[in-house]
Design a protein around this ligand. Structure first.
Ligand SMILES: Nc1ncnc2c1ncn2[C@@H]1O[C@H](COP(=O)(O)OP(=O)(O)OP(=O)(O)O)[C@@H](O)[C@H]1O
Ligand SMILES: [Mg+2]
Length: 459
């Protein structure tokens, strides 16, 4: 955060100070909405969530070193009181951006945003000071918090932008107008039972490219027709990435590189260079192409981009995170979340990593609030059988049971079990796993299978 006095901040966000002894006190560190993440010299933004009211943690935040609290009511410690804390954070972020002027890169898509921004950050930070979204802080709170981590030295600001519904990206790009906008894909996640189709999702995600200036760049996935359909919505220069021969930035000669990894030749308008990813799964190639496309329009040399991709490591946990146990069991923790696309990609990646080893899948329901249909679950059951998994543990009632039933029907070689809950999964998997197994663990975040992955990894 660029240093600002409480007085300046109050002016920018239209706040009334309460209990502020020194209006000249300087905020020098970023803002946080979680009191446990407050750093000395920072600002604590008290938001009201479904379960927790941040105002109750004002004292804790001050004890952790916050200079003041951005709040919607007085809290008995130095506070800048506004009507809407979220709006105020956005205003502050917009102001800070205006003062520091980094290159803003916005990226969205249904799947792979975090994977892509982690790769892109690792390519760009070799070149110049880069601030990128932490975890998946991609919404109306996370985005301003990310912006407020930037300072005068920041050259590149990489922002993951989530688009749950129409208007989200218009709001986010209003806070942080990007010069470079990237759309990864339009997937089926989150929508099946809510009546929205891909065209609606494409309309929402297209707001990103609609917000770009004429001298900006719209980076579009040439392999996704819904993304290419956004071309007419932007004034910016369009650069295509993907496997398609029409893509300006693409991966050629894509091939397995052993242990589930993938190698390819990165092709850009200015050259070619070999890449071998440290991440498992062929689907990661799309993230590499996307990251390389951004770096290319920012003027980085192709070999330099390839070097950055080659050196990149997994940064965010629960996404195909690999833990090797001393007894030779490999746990692939992909339990952060699950959509049909990511479930398929993860199952393939873990199976490729296993090669001749015994393959185990511990799977729960996909999709938030049961918005992925039963049919999508049975398709996954069939895939488990087709890929040659040896053992399947399906966790939960309803859709997971259907998934298990389909796997059993599709092949007699897969041993299928169903358990009620995460605790049951841990007990059964612990009993059935043998040294040398590869164990893939995945479900939608609310199933909580991360606990199972961690238990198995630590076993
Ligand atoms: N192109 C892809 N196709 C299929 N699966 C993918 C792809 N890219 C990433 N994944 C998988 O999807 C899951 C989520 O990836 P990631 O966290 O990068 O997505 P995200 O778009 O940031 O998700 P969120 O909306 O939850 O923030 C991971 O399991 C990852 O391995
Ligand atoms: Mg994410």
């Amino acid at each position: 955060m660029i240093p600002m006095t409480l007085e300046e901040i109050a002016q920018v966000v239209g706040a009334t100070p309460y209990d502020v002894g020194d209006p000249g006190a300087l905020v020098t560190a970023p803002a946080a909405v979680d009191s446990r993440e407050v750093v000395p010299g920072g600002l604590f933004a008290a938001t009201v969530g479904a379960r927790v009211d941040g105002h109750d943690y004002a004292g804790v935040a001050m004890a952790a070193g916050a200079v003041a609290v951005l709040a919607s009511r007085p809290v008995g410690v130095p506070a800048l009181v506004v009507e809407d804390v979220q709006v105020a954070l956005g205003l502050l972020a917009r102001h800070v951006l205006g003062r520091i002027g980094p290159v803003v890169i916005g990226l969205t898509g249904s799947v792979g945003k975090t994977t892509t921004k982690d790769l892109l950050a690792q390519v760009l930070e070799r070149h110049a000071a880069t601030v990128a979204t932490d975890r998946s802080f991609n919404n109306e709170l996370g985005l301003p918090l990310t912006v407020l981590r930037a300072d005068a030295g920041t050259r590149y600001l990489v922002l993951e932008m989530g688009a749950g519904r129409k208007g989200d990206l218009t709001y986010l790009t209003g806070i942080a107008p990007p010069q470079v906008g990237l759309v990864l894909n339009v997937g089926s996640a989150h929508v099946e039972r809510m009546g929205a189709g891909p065209a609606d999702i494409a309309e929402a995600k297209g707001e990103l490219v609609a917000a770009l200036p004429a001298d900006g760049f719209a980076l579009l996935n040439a392999d996704d027709p819904y993304v290419m359909g956004m071309a007419g919505r932007t004034k910016a220069q369009i650069v295509r990435f993907g496997r398609s021969p029409q893509a300006a930035v693409r991966a050629g000669d894509v091939r397995p590189a052993g242990r589930g990894r993938t190698a390819f030749e990165l092709v850009t308008p200015s050259g070619r260079a070999p890449v071998e990813l440290d991440l498992i799964g062929e689907h990661q190639v799309a993230a590499d192409e996307a990251a390389a496309a951004v770096a290319t329009v920012l003027g980085l040399d192709t070999r330099e981009i390839a070097a950055g991709l080659n050196a990149a490591r997994r940064r965010s946990s629960g996404r195909l995170e690999i833990v090797e146990r001393a007894d030779g069991v490999t746990v692939v923790d992909d339990a952060y979340n699950a959509s049909p696309e990511s479930m398929r990609a993860g199952l393939r990646a873990a199976r490729a990593l296993a090669g001749n080893r015994r393959s185990v899948a511990v799977l729960g329901a996909m999709g938030q609030q049961a918005d992925v249909s039963r049919a999508r679950h049975t398709e996954i059951g069939r895939l488990v059988a087709e890929l040659g998994y040896d053992l399947l543990i399906a966790v939960g009632s309803g859709d997971p049971v259907a998934l298990a039933g389909e796997a059993a029907a599709a092949s007699r070689n897969v041993s299928v079990h169903a358990v009620e809950d995460v605790a049951g999964a841990i007990t059964l998997a612990t009993a059935l796993i043998q040294p040398g197994d590869v164990v893939f663990v995945k479900a939608s975040s609310e199933v909580g299978l991360g606990a199972c992955a961690r238990a198995l990894a630590g076993a």
